[in-house]
Ligand binder design. Structure first.
Ligand SMILES: NC(=O)c1ccc[n+]([C@@H]2O[C@H](COP(=O)([O-])OP(=O)(O)OC[C@H]3O[C@@H](n4cnc5c(N)ncnc54)[C@H](OP(=O)(O)O)[C@@H]3O)[C@@H](O)[C@H]2O)c1
Ligand SMILES: [Zn+2]
Length: 356
């Protein structure tokens, strides 16, 4: 298990993160700084490399929500206890250090940070497993160059927020967004472009996050097939371990009381071996209480032994108290929420009271 990793960077038109002057180069626009602040507030932890702490001395705080836990990594152990990273914010500070420097760093940062042995050489996978064990579900990685290069070349990024500023740096010794290395092959999935004053935000998903987004989009589209209904219009797609679709369904498919997940599951044998490696995509959080039938979709999913559930829109408490995600997690399922697609699902359910 590792956290969901969101890499975030601002670059010049020629791909630099900074120039070579001692002051930090401002690349973002004011509106983009506000956006970054909100993304930070939505993360459980925020990570920068030790060199960014040395050169920029960032606080890594937020104005729009609770401060995330601060995380850094170092091989040299050269971290100043007076850096704002350590002295500001009433949150945990975690330093992942290569084994040889752990004892001296633990002494110099005593009472300021928790120093964690991350192996020798420092192992980013070990670091992420440790973060997950500490309850970090969503990690924002803010650079710099060496750290982005490490995360991308180790294939540890799920989402990238890249902001392009409208000017050149043009200095060969300035840090680039990433250095050279063996990067994951294939095209990332572009899910959003947004203008914020004079900069542009490009938002991409990679790997499993991109696969999930595409399949969930199909589930959302299936809801268009639902007959006119007074309850939720929902679509569901079930894939096998290889990501191939093995069943689909939508609410009201055969009977007005059919739920999408139930309808898709009804097309598979209860002892189908593919269920043990399957993922079910549903445009809405699976129901955890229903008036129409005795078995909820949450229970159907648990009974089928499906280990992974991905949904877009958290069920609003319109008809019942919705606890599907919570119950599924409690039953050992991995539950992934993709709020990016929630607006589309809301739109398909505008007919419901309080949704429009
Ligand atoms: N525009 C933006 O969005 C943005 C964001 C952040 C930073 N920046 C800029 O980026 C520059 C700093 O970038 P940087 O590349 O020099 O440093 P960095 O990525 O911030 O930090 C790299 C440091 O991380 C530690 N580390 C430990 N294990 C590592 C591994 N396996 N791979 C890579 N790093 C590892 C090392 O620390 P030790 O040296 O202590 O061993 C290494 O020097 C600054 O100019 C800053 O302003 C820009
Ligand atoms: Zn249901």
């Amino acid at each position: 298990m590792r956290p969901y990793v969101l890499a975030s960077a601002a670059v010049s038109l020629d791909g630099f993160l900074d120039d070579t002057s001692p002051e930090r180069l401002l690349l973002s626009s004011p509106a983009d700084f506000d956006r970054v602040d909100q993304v930070r507030a939505g993360a459980d932890a925020i990570l920068v490399g030790a060199n960014t702490i040395r050169t920029d001395n960032p606080r890594l705080r937020t104005r729009s929500g609770p401060d995330p836990v601060k995380v850094t990594l170092t091989t040299s152990g050269k971290l100043d206890p007076d850096a704002k990273f350590f002295t500001t914010g009433d949150v945990a500070k975690l330093v992942y250090a290569a084994s040889p420097v752990v004892p001296s760093l633990a002494a110099s940062l005593d009472g300021l940070a928790v120093v964690v042995d991350a192996g020798d050489p420092l192992d980013p996978h070990r670091m992420l497993a440790d973060l997950a064990a500490r309850g970090i579900g969503r990690l924002m990685v803010e650079g710099g160059s060496a750290v982005h290069t490490l995360f991308f070349t180790e294939d540890l990024v799920d989402e990238l927020h890249l902001v392009v500023a409208p000017f050149f740096v043009g200095e060969p010794d300035a840090p680039r967004f990433v250095g050279s290395g063996r990067f994951p092959q294939g095209r990332m999935l572009l899910v959003e472009t947004r203008q914020l004053e004079d900069v542009v935000l490009l938002r991409y998903l990679t790997g499993q996050a991109a696969v999930d987004y595409r399949r969930l989009r199909e589930a959302v589209a299936l809801a268009d097939l639902c007959p006119p209904s007074t309850t939720f219009r929902v679509g569901a797609v079930i894939t096998d371990a290889a990501g191939e679709v093995i069943a689909t369904g939508y609410s009201g498919e055969h009977d007005p009381h059919d739920h999408a997940e139930e309808s898709a599951l009804a097309k598979l044998d209860g002892d189908d071996p593919r269920l043990a490696g399957a993922t079910i995509y549903s445009s809405l959080e699976p129901c955890s209480a229903r008036a129409s039938r005795p078995v909820t979709c949450t229970q159907h999913i648990v009974n089928a032994g499906i280990p992974r559930v991905v949904f877009a829109w958290r069920e609003p408490d319109l008809f019942v108290d919705a606890r599907g995600a919570e119950l599924l997690r409690g039953a050992g399922c991995e539950v992934v929420e993709v709020p990016d697609l929630a607006a589309l699902v809301r739109k398909a359910n505008r007919h419901l009271p309080g949704v429009g």
